[in-house]
Design a protein around this ligand. Structure first.
Ligand code: ZN
Ligand code: ZN
Ligand code: ZN
Ligand code: ZN
Length: 451
């Protein structure tokens, strides 16, 4: 959730001591994608009946191709907003598309060696295995064991359609039945899916309690996204719908946790420590590529991460927003990452007393369950090593002010957008000028204007 992607923010000024990072996992050498590479030219290749699409994670450990029947394109798809998808990825929604056969190696016609990925089998989805990059956390593939379909039906409790689950409207093919598996690929993991996947609706919005990201992402490519409360054909929920169980009465802390709960924290309201920090402006507020560096450094020491309303003169909310940079897309597997800026003093591990302060750069003070990916010098992405959910992002220019993935929030407290806690930045999507998902981000920008 790199909401501040300045190439060299250089805005660090006293106050926050730059830490010496002593925790660094073994990683393959980074091979970042250059903007001038031929990504687009190899992203989609059509050969007669078959169309091949390339999917790559940020660190490039996972580089593969998937196949779609050309005649089936574009696939009319949906964004799943269910609890399992949100907490399993840290994203506010997720989309995956069914592929033909198995994933293939990026360069050869052989199968992709799925063993290079980590996998996670959510307890609430029988026979479903999600695959993510163990180095950079990109959620990329889903494998569904077809032999467990009937048992899952009997057990019940699963949504009819889910990005990380079975899809009752999609009958298994003969080949899939023979092999016993069905595969899906994450849309955001594809280098390009224009003409391949066409999101048409939001699903499982009832679980968001407040419509979640569907109130921000209202259309795709000019078409209104239908807002189903559950599966296709279920009740349609209007904009600004809220579950009647939500109230203005809020607890002192709000919980955030990944699907497997290895990462579980609580966030408290801003306090004096939250105001004592200094930080340069993020790209979310001022585009870092066209703004004077002197301005980005925030010389007026504006506490831009703190937002009203005010209680006894003190701000009670934090700033939240969406980022669409290549880093967010390629580490998350979704088109954009939604995050909020929170001082680390206001985050505590759920099972710890409030006295223990989190320090991401010190092994003994890091939240449990996290794995760290250094996307480039000074930029740290923290994710759950068990279920692959994105959790935090921070930068040496602001080590005490971290981004938290909004998909981890406990929606039962204040809905997925949690507007009693966070003010959403609506005039801009971070890094929208360099987004790899142009149509999605243009739609998001438009939706935010209307929200
Ligand atoms: Zn980003
Ligand atoms: Zn990776
Ligand atoms: Zn889902
Ligand atoms: Zn987890």
């Amino acid at each position: 959730m790199a909401l501040n992607m300045a190439s060299n923010p250089g805005g660090f000024r006293g106050g926050d001591k730059v830490p010496v990072v002593i925790f660094s996992p073994l990683q393959r050498p980074l091979r970042p994608i250059s903007r001038t590479s031929n990504i687009q030219s190899t992203a989609i290749v059509t050969q007669g009946d078959l169309t091949y699409c390339r999917a790559t994670c940020h660190c490039r450990r996972c580089d593969l191709r998937v196949v779609f029947p050309t005649a089936s394109l574009p696939i009319h798809n949906y964004l799943c907003n269910c609890t399992s998808c949100r907490h399993g990825t840290g994203e506010m929604a997720f989309h995956t598309a069914r592929i033909l056969g198995n994933p293939m190696d990026a360069e050869t016609d052989g199968p992709f060696a799925v063993e290079v990925m980590d996998s996670y089998s959510p307890r609430d989805r029988l026979g479903v295995e999600r695959f993510f990059c163990p180095t950079c956390s990109a959620n990329m593939l889903v494998r569904i064991d077809l032999s467990l379909r009937e048992e899952a039906d009997k057990r019940g409790g699963e949504p009819e359609d889910c990005a990380f689950g079975r899809n009752r409207s999609e009958k298994p093919s003969e080949q899939e039945l023979e092999e016993g598996f069905q595969w899906r690929v994450a849309g955001g993991a594809l280098r390009n899916y224009e003409g391949i996947i066409q999101p048409m609706y939001h699903l499982n919005l009832a679980s968001t309690m407040d419509g979640g990201v569907a109130d921000h992402l209202r259309t795709f490519d000019g078409n209104q996204l239908i807002r189903y409360s559950e599966g296709v054909g279920s009740k349609v929920l209007p904009f600004e719908w809220h579950s009647p169980t939500l109230t203005d009465d809020q607890p002192e802390e709000i919980s955030a946790f990944c699907h497997c709960r290895a990462v579980s924290v609580k966030v408290s309201r801003p306090d004096d420590r939250a105001k004592s920090l200094r930080s340069p402006f993020p790209d979310l507020i001022y585009p870092t590529d066209v703004t004077y560096r002197a301005k980005l450094r925030n010389p007026g020491d504006e506490k831009w991460w703190l937002r009203g309303p005010y209680k006894e003169g003190e701000p009670v909310r934090y700033l939240a927003g969406h980022c669409s940079c290549a880093f967010c897309r390629m580490t998350g597997g979704f088109d954009f990452q939604s995050g909020t800026f929170i001082p680390r003093f206001n985050i505590r591990e759920a099972d710890q007393e409030s006295g223990r302060t989190i320090v991401f750069s010190q092994q003994e003070s890091r939240p449990k369950g996290l794995k760290q990916y250094v996307s480039s010098p000074g930029r740290y992405h923290e994710f759950c090593g068990t279920c692959g959910a994105t959790a935090f992002w921070w930068h040496v220019s602001r080590p005490n002010l971290v981004d938290l993935s909004m998909g981890l929030l406990d929606a039962s407290v204040d809905g997925v957008r949690a507007e009693h806690w966070f003010e959403w930045h609506k005039s801009r999507v971070s890094n929208m000028q360099v987004s790899g998902s142009r149509k999605m981000v243009a739609s998001l920008v438009e939706g935010l204007r209307q929200a």
